[in-house]
Design a protein around this ligand. Structure first.
Ligand code: MN
Length: 204
């Protein structure tokens, strides 16, 4: 799969005076584009690694996958979350849910603002819906990713903290991971994948 830089859903100068045309142009055409291009390079290098069975650089490429994948995804959402002139407050079920989970819109806005201002270094602040916890949350992200891509739903998980394997496997994590493959419940994984498929038409 090859990723493409999405066009802005408005003109470069449409967010003036709050967001300057020159900044929007550089941010979209240069910064966002670099994430898309690097994500495509990363996907190609990972395909090569799979073909060759050579995972010597796996840590590097997994980092690149998380960094550029999350960078592309978050910028796409960022552009679509804005519109010329804005709109003052949420409506409908979102408005109700914000009140339920944060007490009031004003409380939510204060928490979101405080979280955004307090992000350490470079990053983002997001309002998210957790399908697992069934609630809205405000989350910070340092850089784009911390080795994940936003919006994914976990299907299959292995715990590689030492507490998960140390008594039997000591420092030999690879032996634990190889043993763990014998325990996987693929029917559970399939069920999670099929349940998640209803979200395949989420539009960006
Ligand atoms: Mn950016």
């Amino acid at each position: 799969m090859s990723f493409k830089l999405p066009e802005l859903p408005y003109a470069y100068n449409a967010l003036e005076p709050y967001y300057y045309e020159a900044t929007v142009r550089i941010h979209h055409d240069t910064h966002h584009k670099a994430y898309v291009d690097s994500l495509n390079v990363t996907e190609a290098r990972l395909a090569e690694a799979r073909d060759k069975g050579d995972f010597a650089l796996i840590k590097h490429w997994e980092h690149e996958l998380a960094f550029h994948g999350s960078g592309h995804l978050l910028h796409t959402l960022f552009w679509e979350n804005m519109r010329p002139g804005g709109s003052s407050t949420p409506k409908g079920s979102l408005a109700e849910r914000i009140i339920e989970d944060f007490g009031s819109f004003n409380n939510f806005k204060k928490q979101f603002t405080a979280a955004a201002v307090a992000v350490e270094g470079s990053g983002w602040t997001l309002l998210v819906w957790s399908p697992f916890f069934k609630e809205l949350e405000v989350l910070q992200a340092e850089k784009h990713q911390n080795l994940t891509q936003w919006g994914v739903i976990p299907l299959l998980i292995v715990d590689v903290w030492e507490h998960a394997y140390y008594l039997k496997y000591q420092n030999e994590r690879v032996k634990w991971v190889e043993a763990w493959w014998n325990l996987v419940n693929w029917e559970d994984v399939l069920q999670r994948f099929e349940d998640s498929a209803s979200l395949m038409n989420v539009s960006w």
